[in-house]
Ligand binder design. Structure first.
Ligand SMILES: [Fe+2]
Ligand SMILES: [Fe+2]
Length: 228
């Protein structure tokens, strides 16, 4: 009998493999997201700040989730007997967030927008609970501290070049997600930049971003598999 999983929210940095481990990196991102969502919903948010805050949340949510699907969940499926079932559940949550955010972005003037945003935040909070309470403790059980730090580095490398927008048609699992998602990340990152660069500069940075993104994902996934 295996002991029931202890949520990573109830353990300190030493027990989670140190500050650079995947578990501490996940916890920091989740806390940041939580604070940004609270601020977004707060009554005293200045009207001009909402759009920028929403964009920051979207960028963090999608790059964070893409790197999970590329690096973490394939490892979890290999080391945990219930990994398939657990990762299928969070992939469904990611897909639901994806569909909802895509709808919100497509319909800026829809009166249901505020309600959809609240629904998206509820889904993100559910995803965070499932990960911290169920999925990530299983990585703690399966890997030593050194490997948790290596997985953290691989996850961070993929996240740095991951898509930052919703792409509902992109598969949630490798290799399909990387093959279809990584080229789109270059376009996302260009759209995230303030407009103003000329077409030539845009083409150059697009090519550079595409090459960097593809390379980082391939290297990080190989490294995570090797050390997993
Ligand atoms: Fe997460
Ligand atoms: Fe997630």
């Amino acid at each position: 009998m295996t002991a029931p999983a202890v949520s990573i929210s109830e353990q300190d940095a030493d027990a989670l493999g140190g500050d650079d481990s995947i578990l501490m990196r996940q916890r920091r991102d989740h806390a940041r997201l939580d604070a940004m969502m609270n601020r977004c919903l707060s009554e005293d948010l200045p009207p001009g700040e909402l759009d920028a805050l929403w964009m920051d949340i979207v960028q963090l949510v999608f790059s964070h989730a893409f790197a999970e699907e590329t690096v973490l969940w394939p490892l979890l499926r290999r080391v945990s007997p219930d990994g398939e079932e657990l990762t299928r559940q969070v992939e469904a949550e990611h897909q639901a967030v994806n569909d909802l955010v895509a709808r919100i972005e497509r319909s800026p003037d829809d009166p249901r927008r505020a309600e959809w945003i609240r629904q998206a935040f509820a889904l993100i909070r559910q995803d965070i609970r499932d990960e911290e309470d169920e999925l990530l403790p299983r990585l703690r059980t399966a890997f030593d501290d050194r490997k948790l730090r290596r997985i953290g580095a691989a996850w961070e490398a993929v996240r740095a070049t991951a898509p930052t927008r919703p792409h509902p048609g992109v598969p949630r699992r490798p290799p399909g997600n990387a093959l279809r998602g990584v080229p789109l990340s270059a376009f996302d990152r260009l759209r995230d930049l303030a407009p103003g660069s000329g077409p030539a500069a845009r083409r150059a940075s697009l090519a550079a971003a595409g090459v960097a993104a593809g390379g980082a994902v391939v290297l990080a996934v190989r490294s995570a598999r090797r050390h997993g």
